[in-house]
Design a protein around this ligand. Structure first.
Ligand SMILES: Cc1cc2nc3c(=O)[nH]c(=O)nc-3n(C[C@H](O)[C@H](O)[C@H](O)COP(=O)(O)OP(=O)(O)OC[C@H]3O[C@@H](n4cnc5c(N)ncnc54)[C@H](O)[C@@H]3O)c2cc1C
Length: 396
């Protein structure tokens, strides 16, 4: 029997039937074939930063940490192929040494590249899609134990499914990324009031390469953060002094450091609906949750894409994330704000808390059936389909 596994926040714990850290693609194939032959499920895991039960299994849990590193680089095309289990932080350093960098990153860099892209992890910026949009090719071991290359030339029809797959199509072993040349960003943060922030939000988002803000419901203060190429001075600045100003290579300036453990619900809202959605959220938190909301709410933007299960599929998106310290209760609070997000056409972040099942999810994703068809083709026996995944992806 394997040891108990727990995610980053501690909200998900289970004992898998077996735990493995394969060191080669052949070993991954062997594990998938064995799971298939014995009728067990298998789940690949990254660094355990998701709080939805995507990796829970009583079958085989496989950690790809030994399949990591920069495997190949193409300077001319600005592309690199990396091991699927690479941590974003290590990758940032390795790419930097090769003169390359990811176009954007999320808030932290502790996830693996396969894990982050499998749930559509995103940063902020009107021009930037989620991290999955940076994928141009993958190699995966499917549910039948076959090794499949997917790229613009090999099975290109599968790309919109495999770039964000929840680990439901196969175990990714390699990922090829479209990159930029190394670049530096100037990160600045200010404190402001939520009314000033909302009144000027459209201009702040437009004039800065990356812009996001935290809202602290108890005080109505915000923390605005902008990132820009060195020397780029937007016209509008908050009328308060900087709290922080730092110029660094992108892999160091985009992510932040976290001390506190928290749980989180995040929904991706059509940007056009954001003002009304946020106003309703403010009312609801003020009227019902102000006393127990321990922490803050983060607002970011993501460009539209064409990835089947992406929360930004087909629409410019604004994301709203409610963060609650792990020491405080979150169930009632998250359930109540989820109602507001759904009213405004929100789609849940796959890696965070939400209550939706396939029945509610399907109408939210125009390409849902296309993904389902790819899933049934690549995993006909349901090797990756645990009960949690079946609730998400298969209608009863
Ligand atoms: C502190 C913190 C900060 C965060 N910041 C952000 C943020 O800024 N933006 C944002 O969008 N999200 C954010 N998240 C959410 C996080 O990025 C996602 O949950 C992400 O999926 C976690 O990656 P991971 O490597 O930990 O993968 P895991 O959580 O371990 O796994 C996630 C999914 O990836 C699949 N998977 C893993 N490896 C493979 C593989 N080799 N092949 C196929 N499938 C695989 C798993 O089966 C699972 O479905 C944050 C979470 C935390 C806890």
């Amino acid at each position: 029997m394997a040891r108990e596994w727990r995610n980053w926040s501690g909200s998900l714990r289970f004992v898998p039937g077996e735990y493995a850290e394969p060191a080669s693609e052949d070993e991954v194939r062997g594990l998938v074939e064995r799971a298939r032959a014995t009728g067990r499920t298998l789940r690949p895991v990254g660094s355990g930063h998701s709080s939805s039960p995507l990796v829970r299994t009583d079958g085989i849990l496989i950690d790809l940490r030994r399949l990591d590193g920069l495997l190949h680089q193409d300077q001319q095309r600005r592309q690199a192929t990396v091991g699927a289990g690479s941590r974003l932080r290590d990758l940032g350093e390795q790419l930097y040494d090769a003169g390359l960098a990811m176009d954007n990153l999320g808030d932290i860099d502790l996830q693996t590249i396969a894990g982050a892209t499998a749930t559509g992890t995103h940063g902020t910026g009107l021009r930037f899609g989620n991290l999955s949009t940076q994928i141009v090719a993958v190699r995966l071991v499917t549910g039948t134990g076959d090794v499949l290359d997917v790229s613009a030339t090999d099975h290109p029809d599968l790309l919109p499914a495999v770039r964000l797959s929840l680990g439901a199509l196969g175990v990714l072993t390699r990922i090829t990324l479209q990159l930029s040349q190394v670049y530096k960003l100037h990160r600045r943060t200010w404190c402001s009031h939520v009314d000033w922030t909302l009144d000027n939000l459209e201009q702040l988002q437009r004039e800065n390469r990356n812009m996001d803000f935290y809202w602290y419901p108890r005080s109505d203060q915000t923390q605005i953060r902008t990132l820009n190429p060195i020397g780029h001075e937007p016209e509008l600045r908050p009328p308060t002094p900087y709290r922080e100003s730092l110029a660094e290579a992108s892999h160091l300036s985009i992510p932040r450091h976290r001390e506190l453990r928290f749980d989180e619900i995040e929904y991706l809202i059509p940007s056009a609906a954001f003002p009304d959605c946020f106003a309703e959220l403010r009312r609801r938190i003020r009227d019902r949750h102000r006393r127990e909301v321990g922490w803050r709410i983060l607002v970011r933007t993501v460009a539209a894409d064409d990835i089947y299960l992406s929360g930004a599929y087909g629409r410019p998106t604004t994301t709203i994330a409610c963060l609650q310290n792990t020491s405080l209760p979150h169930d009632a609070y998250f359930a109540d704000v989820e109602e507001v997000f759904l009213q405004y056409g929100g789609r849940p972040h796959w890696g965070k808390k939400h209550s939706l099942t396939a029945r509610e999810l399907r109408p939210l994703y125009p390409a849902w059936d296309a993904f389902a068809e790819v899933r049934r083709t690549l995993d006909p026996d349901g090797v990756f389909l645990t009960p949690d995944l079946a609730r998400l992806l298969e209608q009863p």
